[in-house]
Ligand binder design. Structure first.
Ligand SMILES: [Zn+2]
Length: 332
């Protein structure tokens, strides 16, 4: 019997991202009983963000009348490199100033409830594997394509975390050694070519070079305000520049997937994150490239699909992680 079946109390799930903090109370049947969003305001540094997480948990506790002792603990997914064993956020490009922050111990002390910490992409992958598109699949890769690109690898049903917990940085796979400079210090990472930020940057660059597009009207002439969302809207309306920018991003995503398919021979690749809402417009060209370029045996074995859990993948995965960890602890 696994943790999900044995647990009887709900858990708090927290998804700490660079722009927002999601907090939820989730039942052992994975029903989201309550859910709230707060701004992260990451630029203020670690201490105020941790204060906001604590306040957010207390707020949802008060709003729902769920006392902390009535829950089975807290699962928190954080955007950054995580040391599982010590509960540290060792480094996070999305959370400026976070270096070796003992997030698990701090929350445990402040909220008086057992707490478990996991990387956000790993949490989303765990959610999809246990509860979403990847149920029953042994070997899968999860990519979250949003402002940046994150990833996680599940082999033989378990998260592959690597020698020091930082495996799965799929967004920082080199695709073009002469490509744009990445925040990680490298050049031509997948994230610089296929993320939401890359889509917006490329659209703005091409408009600046004199190409015309309905995008200009969509942002009332303020082309610097263009995000991937506007490019998606323009593409939907048939704007040629927007369609071409998204085709390029899908091509580079496909190049990344070819590498992953050849290296890991996964049964499934799940694409989540905000840019995944482009759906088939993003997935079809990427699938085509995998078919053209990956080893035929591996390419025939893989399905490339959209997330089933959507924006709740991280929260549900954090909850699942908490249930599984609580169960493992009881068994020791
Ligand atoms: Zn990079």
């Amino acid at each position: 019997m696994n943790g999900a079946e044995k647990a009887s109390r709900p858990v708090f799930a927290i998804d700490l991202g660079g722009s927002k903090i999601a907090v939820a109370i989730i039942s052992p049947e994975y029903k989201i009983l309550a859910r709230e969003y707060h701004p992260t305001l990451a630029d203020e540094g670690a201490a105020p963000v941790i204060d906001r997480i604590t306040a957010a948990v207390k707020q949802i506790t008060a709003a729902t009348g769920t006392a902390l002792p009535q829950t089975g603990g807290i699962g928190i997914a954080a955007a950054g490199a995580i040391d599982h064993k010590s509960g540290l956020v060792t480094l996070s490009p999305n959370l400026p100033g976070w270096r070796d922050v003992p997030l698990r111990a701090l929350l445990q002390e402040r909220l008086g409830s057992p707490t478990w910490l996991i990387n956000d992409a790993n949490a989303a992958a765990l959610g999809e594997h246990r509860l979403g598109a990847g149920r029953g699949v042994n070997d899968l890769i999860y990519l979250t394509v949003g402002t940046g690109i994150g990833g996680a690898i599940i082999t033989n049903g378990r998260l592959y975390t690597g020698a020091c917990g930082s495996a799965g940085e799929i967004g920082h796979m080199t695709i073009d050694i002469n490509g744009p400079r990445c925040a990680c210090g490298n050049t031509g990472c997948l994230e610089t070519l296929a993320s939401g930020r890359a889509i917006a940057r490329e659209a703005i660059r091409r408009l600046g070079a004199g190409e015309s597009s309905s995008l200009t009207g969509l942002v009332n002439g303020k082309t610097a305000d263009i995000t991937a969302r506007e490019v998606a809207v323009a593409a939907e309306q048939g704007d040629l520049l927007a369609v071409s920018v998204i085709d390029n991003a899908a091509f580079y995503l496909g190049v990344g997937l070819v590498n992953l398919v050849n290296i890991f021979n996964p049964e499934m690749i799940i694409i989540g994150g905000g840019v995944a809402s482009l759906g088939e417009r993003l997935l079809n060209p990427a699938r085509r490239l995998v078919k053209e370029r990956a080893f035929p045996v591996s390419s025939a074995a893989v399905s490339i699909v959209a997330t089933e859990l959507g924006r709740d993948a991280g929260l549900l995965g954090a909850a699942r992680f908490a249930f599984e960890q609580a169960e493992a602890r009881e068994e020791i």
